[in-house]
Design a protein around this ligand. Structure first.
Ligand code: NAD
Length: 607
């Protein structure tokens, strides 16, 4: 049964207590009211043409671009913002507003009927009919729409009511605009993540001839919680946040999956990540199901105290949607042991004191001092390195003289790099959110990790390597590439650039199906994410077991058990790939789906 909890809509920057309609809804209602055709771009063009005619052939200079306008000393922010908008689009705001409102509505409506939109908002990836679901709050997603937005919304289009306009990055923006564009750009970047998981699943299901009933069950999530919750900021203002928890499948054990704090987080991303968790746990044969959660926000914008309040309030709001025997969160992008400790503490505060000790396993990835496991912090990176060693043995490849590059230098990327260095391999290039770096001799990952720890976790500005652009980074010749950041990095555009022998996927979903096909064509090996980064969930399982038994295992014991499970999964995937004459990703899916199919068939469906 699907559960959707919708509370209040987030309205950042609104202080007047006025209940305003979300922009997407404004778009729909305005469009219902009138049926004018046209689009913003053509409206702007028409007005400009009129102006040119009026000016009687006198050639006008190009409109001043936002970046050339001096915005450093705004004495009257609203008037200033208005003038900049006029200069940017080359027409008076009043004139633009008069013609643009309905026409913009019409254009968005037209774009919303495109195929991409349908794919993005298809409720579940495997519906034959691909039924179109009108989007909720996220009304604008295509590049064209984002462009239209950028052209018109230097601020939020509400000059009279906007109180948050301020200069940033050379242009004027208000909080609403800033928040919206960040989300929109993220959406555009990752629009196919959910589609990717659907296509991967479908390919494996076809090849293994998965029972159609089981296919139908696994193609949907079980529960989806969307929670809007208020948090008091340091300046005493209240901000609304949106958090998600999606539970895909708990056939093999309790729901299990990380929590991500990132502006790109939305229901579609979390659904895809929850599904990947189900396959992952099944491949490495641990008794967990799949889930994922997150909060749509950029944690770098908040103080530690604010982050703590956001985390605790979200945990409280999740209530019984999580629990030690029901659904167990863990760290993911921008979350860490400290955040897990806050979740633990908040959850324990909601249960009677006598029961607290037996609820320690409500979350994994905790600090060791608060019930965490030795070896959990490095587990995902360690798992990647164990698998690389196995791959090297199989291919008689000498890791001691290997070169590699890492995308993402957070928990997964930095640990993988540091542990690979211990085997003699050399880190040549690295990229994170702050940019990319290269040193053809080598970069010391331990030194870089030390630098990043004093640089907000970022590698930008590291003095012992040269900055390079993204394309140069991806074209760097190395033996091994470890993507350990976000989804959709290896695509039809970037896969041909790679000059590597092996891709070891530390991130979830770094390669889209088009990129995958190109890698196969080019003979580049791939250790797929659902196998490659499973070290994290395996050691989370060990932590869960230790908490249940009130034990603390030695690091050697944890590493030894992790290695055993990973090698066994690696061999199973290799056999399956040979048996079905298919790629490793599809083989990994087949291993997972076979286990789930057998379990469903044995248990049957109630009633
Ligand atoms: P993290 O927050 O510790 O690190 C993320 C890294 O990615 C940071 O270095 C960040 O700067 C970088 N990054 C962000 N945007 C980027 C961009 N556009 N280009 C390049 N780099 C960018 O997160 P993490 O825990 O290391 O997770 C990384 C990936 O591994 C995610 O896909 C996550 O789902 C996956 N994963 C994590 C774990 C785990 O145990 N933490 C387990 C399995 C899979």
């Amino acid at each position: 049964m699907s559960t959707v909890i919708e509370t209040r809509k987030r309205k950042k920057g609104k202080e007047k207590g006025v209940t305003s309609v979300p922009r997407s809804r404004q778009v729909e209602t305005a469009a219902e009211r009138n049926g004018k055709a046209g689009n913003v771009a053509s409206a702007v063009e028409t007005i400009k043409a009129k102006q040119r005619r009026r000016s009687n052939g006198v050639k006008q200079g190009p409109p001043t671009t936002a970046s050339t306008v001096d915005v450093t000393s705004p004495t009257k922010p609203k008037a200033h913002a208005k003038r900049i908008r006029e200069e940017r689009v080359g027409v008076k705001v009043e004139e633009l507003q008069r013609v643009s409102k309905e026409e913009k509505v019409e254009e968005l409506q037209t774009i919303s009927k495109t195929k991409e939109w349908k794919l993005l908002y298809m409720p579940y990836p495997f519906d034959d009919k691909m039924k179109f679901t009108p989007p909720g709050a996220s009304a604008v997603t295509t590049e064209k729409e984002i462009e239209a937005y950028k052209g018109l919304c230097l601020t939020c289009e509400k000059d009279e009511t906007c109180t948050t306009v301020r200069p940033e990055g050379g242009v004027w923006r208000c909080e609403e605009y800033e928040q919206r564009t960040t989300t929109l750009e993220s959406l555009a970047r990752k629009r196919s993540v959910y589609e990717n998981v659907a296509r991967q699943f479908a390919k494996a299901a076809e090849l293994m001839d998965l029972d159609p009933n089981i296919r139908a069950i696994l193609s949907r999530t079980t529960n989806e919680a969307v929670i809007n919750f208020p948090v008091k900021m340091d300046d005493s203002k209240i901000m609304m946040f949106t958090g998600y928890r999606v539970q895909h499948c708990n056939l093999l054990g309790p729901f299990k999956g990380g929590l991500r704090f990132h502006p790109s987080v939305d229901l579609d991303e979390i659904r895809a990540l929850a599904m990947w968790m189900t396959w992952k746990s099944a491949i490495v044969d641990i008794p967990f199901g799949g889930a994922k959660g997150g909060i749509q926000m950029d944690p770098s914008k908040y103080s530690t105290e604010e982050l703590e309040r956001i985390t605790r309030r979200f945990t409280f709001a999740l209530g019984n949607n999580i629990g030690p025997e029901y659904d167990i969160p863990a760290p993911d992008v921008n979350t860490n042991p400290q955040i897990m400790a806050w979740i633990l503490d908040t959850y324990l505060s909601t249960v009677p004191p006598q029961e607290r000790q037996r609820c320690m396993h409500v979350v994994t990835g905790k600090p060791v001092e608060s019930g965490g496991s030795l070896g959990r912090e490095k587990a995902t990176g360690q798992g990647i390195v164990f698998l690389l060693e196995e791959w090297a043995r199989e291919h008689e490849f000498d890791l001691k003289h290997a070169t590699f590059m890492v995308q993402g230098f957070g928990n997964v990327g930095s640990w993988a790099a540091r542990l690979l260095k211990r085997l003699g391999a050399k880190l040549i290039a690295v990229e994170d959110a702050s940019g990319a770096l290269i040193n053809t001799k080598d970069i010391d990952p331990d030194d870089l990790a030390g630098y990043a720890s004093f640089n907000k976790g970022l590698v930008g500005g590291y003095p012992k390597a040269q900055p390079i652009d993204r394309e140069t980074f991806l074209k760097t010749k190395v033996d091994i590439f470890i993507p350990a950041a976000l989804e959709n990095q290896i695509t039809a555009e970037t896969a041909p650039w790679l000059n590597v022998r092996l891709v070891a996927e530390g991130a979830n979903g770094p390669t889209d199906p088009e990129g995958d096909a190109i890698l196969q064509e080019r003979g580049i090996d791939v250790i797929p994410d659902i196998l490659c980064n499973s070290g994290g969930v395996i050691v989370s399982y060990f932590e869960w077991l230790q908490n249940k038994r009130s034990e603390l295992w030695e690091l050697e014991e944890v590493d030894c058990k992790l290695l055993k499970r990973l090698i066994s999964a690696y061999q199973k995937v290799r056999e399956t790939a040979r048996e079905h004459n298919t790629d490793w990703r599809t083989a990994a899916y087949i291993v997972a789906l076979s286990r789930l199919e057998v379990a469903y068939k044995k248990r049957g469906i109630f009633p």
